[in-house]
Design a binder for this molecule. Structure first.
Ligand SMILES: *Cc1c(COP(=O)(O)O)cnc(C)c1O
Length: 409
C-alpha cells in the first residue's frame, strides 16, 4: 500500500467521479461557453477551508505545484534557492526549470533543513528557502522564518510528503509565502496524479492561477477572463483534471481520519520498539503535528544501521532512490556543467553537488532506518514496516522483528 489515503477509498470517491462525469455530460453541447469545472473549484474551496489559507490553485502534480509556485513568486534566472540535500529530486528539478540555481544545504536529525547551515549559505543572490517537510514531519519553521525575515527571503514550503501536518498549530503550506502539495499515489491522500498550492497573497495567487492556465486571470465564480487585473504572464497548462479532482475532494474530507489512524498506528509501533542505547528516534519539531507516515531511527554507529537494515531486508536512508543528493545523477551532471535542462544554459562547473558535499547529511542518513507506517515505499527506503491496515498482531510482529535485529548486533 503506497500511501495511507488509499486504504480509505470508498463510495465518496465513486460518487464524486460520477458527479464530475454528469457535469461533463451536461455541458456537451455548450461548445463555446464551457463553464468553470465545478468539482475542481469545490476541491480548491475545500482545501482553503481545511488548511485555513486565502487562496488555492489545484494543479496536475506536486511538481507542477512547485514550478507554478516558483513562477508565482517571481523566482528565476540569477536567483539562488536553498533546498535540502535530502528531498525528492522534483524539489530540485522545479528550481532548475525556474531558471534559478539550487543551493543544497544540510539536514539535521529531524531529516529537514538545518537552519544554521541554511544561513551560512545565503549570498546576495539568494531569493528563497525551500523547506521540504520530509517523511510527514515539519521543518523548524520558527528558525527558518526568522532567517528569511532577517535576510529578506521568500519561503516556499514543499509539503508533498506532509499533507495535513502542522507546526505548533499552523498548517504546513500556510506558514511560508506559498506551499506546494502532491496528491500522487505515495502521498498522505491521493487522486493518483494531482497537486495544489496554497498562498495568502492575492498577487501570488493571481500569478499562480495565470501560470497554471495559459495566462488567464482568476475571476471568482465566473468564467476566466483575459481582462483581469494583475501581471500579464505566459502560462502553461498544469490544470487538475476534473475526474481526479473528484477523488481528491473525497480524500480531503477523510484527511483527518487518515491522519488519526496513521498516528495511532505509529504510536503503537513506536511503543513496542521502545528505546535502546544503540539508537535514538528522529527529532520532531512538533511531535503532535507530524503525519506519522514514517517511523525513523538514527543509530549511533553506521555499521549497526547497516546490519539491522540487512536483517530486515531494507536499506539505510542514504540508499533511498532519488531522495539523497548523492544519488541524483542529474544533479551530478549539473555540477559537471552539462546541459541537464533544455530551457537554460548549463551552470558553471562546481563541486557543490558532488557526493560528500554535505557530510552531516551523509552521516545522518547512513546511520538511519525508516520504517513504513502509512507510506510504504521501498524507493524511499521504507520498504519494511506496517501499514494503516495492519492488525495489532501484525504490528507486534514487526516490532519484535526490529527488536530482534537490534538485539543480535
Ligand atoms: C512526491 C514529491 C514531489 C513531487 O510530487 P509529484 O506529484 O510526484 O509531482 C515533490 N517533492 C517531494 C518532497 C515529494 O516527495
Amino acid at each position: 500500500m503506497p500511501g495511507p489515503g488509499y486504504a480509505f477509498f470508498g463510495t465518496e470517491e465513486w460518487e464524486n467521479v460520477k458527479g464530475a462525469m454528469s457535469d461533463w455530460e451536461a455541458t456537451r453541447t455548450a461548445y463555446d461557453k464551457v463553464p468553470e469545472i465545478p468539482v475542481v473549484r469545490r476541491f480548491e474551496r475545500g482545501a482553503l477551508d481545511h488548511f485555513g489559507a486565502n487562496h488555492c490553485v489545484a494543479v496536475s502534480s506536486g511538481t507542477a505545484a512547485l514550478v507554478t509556485a516558483l513562477a508565482a513568486l517571481d523566482i528565476g534566472p540569477g536567483d539562488e534557492v536553498i533546498v535540502p540535500g535530502y528531498t525528492f529530486l522534483a524539489s530540485i528539478g522545479a528550481i532548475i526549470y525556474s531558471g534559478a540555481t539550487p543551493i543544497i544545504a544540510e539536514i539535521d536529525e529531524s531529516f529537514t533543513l538545518n537552519p544554521a547551515d541554511v544561513e551560512s549559505r545565503i549570498t546576495e543572490r539568494t531569493k528563497a528557502i525551500m523547506p521540504v517537510h520530509m517523511l510527514g514531519a515539519p521543518s523548524d519553521m520558527d528558525a527558518l522564518t526568522a532567517i528569511a525575515q532577517r535576510h529578506g527571503l521568500l519561503i516556499l514550503e514543499d509539503v508533498a510528503q506532509a499533507c495535513g501536518a502542522s507546526f505548533h498549530g499552523r498548517h504546513l503550506g500556510t506558514i511560508g509565502d506559498a506551499g506546494a502539495f502532491s496528491l500522487n499515489t505515495f502521498k498522505v491522500i491521493t487522486c493518483r496524479e494531482g497537486g495544489f498550492l496554497l498562498t495568502n497573497s492575492p498577487r501570488t495567487y493571481q500569478r499562480a492561477y495565470s501560470f497554471h492556465d495559459q495566462g488567464w486571470f482568476p475571476l471568482e465564480g465566473q468564467r476566466n477572463t483575459d481582462r483581469g487585473s494583475g501581471d500579464l504572464i505566459f502560462g502553461l497548462n498544469f490544470r487538475l483534471a476534473d475526474l481526479a479532482a473528484g477523488v481528491a475532494l473525497a480524500q480531503l474530507s477523510k484527511l483527518d481520519r487518515v491522519l488519526a489512524t496513521t498516528r495511532a498506528a505509529k504510536r503503537t509501533l513506536a511503543e513496542q520498539i521502545s528505546t535502546h542505547p544503540r539508537f535514538t528516534r528522529r527529532v520532531l519539531h512538533d511531535p503532535d503535528g507530524e503525519c506519522g507516515t514514517i517511523l525513523a531511527y538514527i543509530f549511533n554507529e553506521r555499521a549497526d544501521a547497516q546490519a539491522v537494515a540487512k536483517a530486515l531486508g531494507t536499506k539505510t536512508m542514504d540508499d533511498s532512490g532519488k531522495h539523497h543528493y548523492a544519488n541524483m545523477a542529474q544533479l551530478q551532471a549539473l555540477g559537471r556543467g552539462e546541459r541537464v535542462c533544455p530551457f537554460r544554459k548549463p551552470e558553471p562547473v562546481s563541486d557543490r553537488y558532488n557526493p560528500g558535499a554535505l557530510p552531516q547529511t551523509d552521516d545522518i542518513l547512513q546511520r538511519s532506518i525508516a520504517l513504513s507506517v502509512g507510506v510504504t515505499d521501498s524507493y524511499l527506503g521504507a520498504g519494511f514496516g506496517i501499514s494503516v491496515s495492519s492488525t495489532p498482531e501484525q504490528i507486534t510482529h514487526i516490532a519484535a522483528q526490529f527488536r530482534r535485529a537490534v538485539a543480535s548486533l
